[in-house]
Design a protein around this ligand. Structure first.
Ligand code: TNX
Length: 610
């Protein structure tokens, strides 16, 4: 029986691909190839999810898919192993029978087979997993809404052949500046999986808090996970105000294992980050002997860069070796991120131990001392079967031989590293920092600064023109970073990442010639509906005109209005009436008397954007 079903899957591929405009497909990231035929297939009472057995990964996925549908339907979707199936109905079949090398290790194929059943095929289980994420995006978003009980789901008749452009598709989260509980970390991982990311970079330590339990050094969490208070509002405001409230939190080893397991079930690898030699005040507050001056030190209560960093004496390497050994045991992934960014050399310059180290090792500058530090750490990490990732400062003074570089201060560091034959993950502040504003800062919740609109994220190209083909192969992909100095609650995070993480997902997944802003824009409404269904706070700034005005010093204001909406036309009035298609069209800039009112509306294809 199994064989004849497989044959049907193949025949379906040959006979049922009547091409049609794929406009009803709202999948993000946009699949590599897809088309839809006329009509819909009804998923209703009697639909089963059938998995190739015995494959425990596929069984779990089948159970997940069935539960999502059952939870919001008036009927129950049963899960059955393929070996038991006598005849297919309107079912969903999960199989790993794609042995075609063109699909790549993560690729998948979704097809309907003579309008009978859907199949989600992969080379490997991970391909099927990605396929399920796409398949779920073919449903009405209400599928994810609590309380939905539908009798029938209509799914477009589709053919989707898909695989990722990049092998590293990452999102980062800083849990040091503010701490986020395991339940939220799992939700974050759910979102990553939904958008086909495969790496979660977990920024676990920084000046403001050490957040991972380490058996051998209990004070890291007993002392280093707490700060006595936190600066209020934007740093730099005068006078500085502190809240006077102790703040803390950390993950126990058991919680870390739980998150690692959860991520693995979603085919996401965690990259744990242990910051060194800078951003180490929390560790130093717990073990002051690891600093150059011996302390005392305090976990930071404000943001920024601090002079006190790990010393380069031997006992620091012993400490870090022990910490990294535990970290390597907790996280099964191939990488450990060792930070390496923003390391002031102030202490090292006047520290006897550091100066002696430089002399003994023949190092000519503190930059070379930093390079020595990172290379020594690399050996420790390599001895545990892992590779290091560092922020681009690890290039200074000479790059460790097998380091992967995260290029955050622009793309230059990444370009230099790729030219030296090192792997690179692109995460420049210009496009990939989701702690930056996404709209007019006078109306947005407090953020660190910057302006990175959705369309700007979408326009990011991870492979710089400056690299030739061979060098470009070292660009593993891109990552978005979520620093949390100004993000305190889960809602704050979801607001900053939704929908920007959808745009970044497409940057990483979809071939650049298939990436198109207008097309992406048209798929967004379904995703906003998903965020509503999930009850996740999100930002709809993409629909709003951004108005900036400056005085010309002569009683007038010079007004600039921008829209990201593709084909959007800006109409305005100055008489308090609502702008219509008959109103004046905004061109470059507008000079109006200071006191003048202004109303703006955007129209696209003659329709007002509300
Ligand atoms: C720079 S990006 C940092 C972080 C801050 C961030 C704020 C990087 C490697 N270091 O410590 O949180 O800016 O945007």
């Amino acid at each position: 029986m199994k064989k004849s079903i497989m044959l049907l899957v193949l025949l379906g591929l040959l006979f049922s691909c009547k091409r049609n405009a794929p406009d009803q497909i709202n999948i993000i990231p946009r699949p590599y190839k897809y088309w839809a035929s006329e009509g819909h297939i009804k998923i209703t009472e009697g639909t089963r999810v059938i998995y190739e057995d015995p494959n425990p990964e596929l069984r779990l996925m089948a159970e997940y898919l069935a539960s999502v549908i059952s939870n919001s339907s008036s009927f129950v979707v049963d899960v059955e192993p393929l070996s038991k199936i006598k005849a297919m109905g309107t079912d969903i079949l999960l199989v790993t029978n794609l042995n075609d090398s063109i699909y790549g290790s993560e690729g998948y194929l979704i097809q309907h087979n003579n309008r009978k059943f859907f199949s989600i095929q992969g080379n490997q289980a991970i391909g099927v997993f990605h396929g399920i994420q796409s398949f779920l995006q073919l449903f009405d978003p209400a599928i994810f809404k609590a309380g939905t009980k539908k009798d029938v789901w209509e799914i477009p008749v589709v053919y989707i052949q898909d695989q990722p452009r990049f092998s590293y598709r990452g999102m980062h989260l800083d849990v040091s500046r503010h701490f986020f509980p395991v339940a939220f970390i799992k939700k974050y991982i759910d979102l990553l999986a939904f958008y086909k990311y495969n790496y979660f970079h977990w920024h676990l330590t920084d000046d403001q808090g050490w957040r991972i339990g380490i058996k051998q050094y209990p004070r890291l969490t007993e002392i280093g996970s707490t700060r006595k208070e936190t600066i209020v509002g934007h740093q730099g405001n005068e006078p500085e105000v502190f809240d006077g409230k102790a703040y803390g939190g950390f993950y126990t080893r058991e919680e870390i294992k739980e998150v690692v397991g959860y991520a693995a079930s979603k085919y996401i690898t965690i990259v744990p980050e242990i910051e060194m030699p800078g951003h180490a005040l929390a560790a130093l507050s717990a073990y002051p002997e690891l600093g150059c001056t011996g302390g005392p030190y305090e976990t930071a209560t404000r943001w920024g860069v601090f002079d006190d960093v790990f010393c380069t004496k031997d006992e620091v390497f012993v400490f870090l070796e022990n910490v990294l050994t535990e970290v390597a045991d907790l996280f099964p992934g191939p990488y450990i991120h060792i930070g390496g960014d923003e390391v002031p050399k102030t202490r090292w310059k006047v520290c006897k131990a550091c100066q002696l180290r430089m002399k003994q090792e023949g190092l000519h500058s503190e930059e070379e001392l930093q390079s020595y530090f990172v290379q020594r750490i690399e050996k420790i990490v390599a001895a545990r079967g892992k590779r290091i990732i560092g922020w681009d400062e690890i290039l200074e003074g000479g790059l460790a031989p097998n380091a992967t570089v995260m290029s955050w201060r622009g793309t230059e560091g990444g370009i230099a590293a790729a030219r030296m034959g090192h792997d690179v993950i692109m995460t420049p502040g210009s496009h990939c920092y989701f702690d930056h504003y996404q709209f007019d800062r006078t109306t947005e919740p407090l953020a660190i600064g910057g302006l990175t609109k959705l369309s700007k994220v979408y326009a990011f190209e991870p492979v710089p023109d400056a690299l030739n083909n061979a060098e470009s192969k070292h660009i593993l992909g891109a990552q978005a970073n979520v620093w949390t100095e100004y993000l305190q609650q889960p809602d704050d995070i979801s607001y900053m990442i939704l929908p920007r993480m959808a745009a970044m997902a497409e940057v990483n997944w979809t071939p650049s010639d298939k990436r198109n802003w207008e097309n992406f824009y048209d798929r967004l409404p379904v995703h906003f509906a998903l965020y509503d269904a999930w009850q996740l706070k999100h930002c709809k700034a993409v629909y709003a005109p951004m108005i900036r005005s400056k005085s010309d010093g002569k009683g007038n204001k010079v007004v600039k209005i921008e829209t990201e909406i593709p084909g959007g036309i800006i109409y305005y009035t100055t008489d308090q009436s609502a702008p219509t298609l008959q109103s004046a069209v905004f061109a470059d800039s507008l000079v109006l008397p200071e006191a003048s009112g202004l109303k703006v509306a955007i129209y696209r294809n003659g329709q007002k954007i509300e």
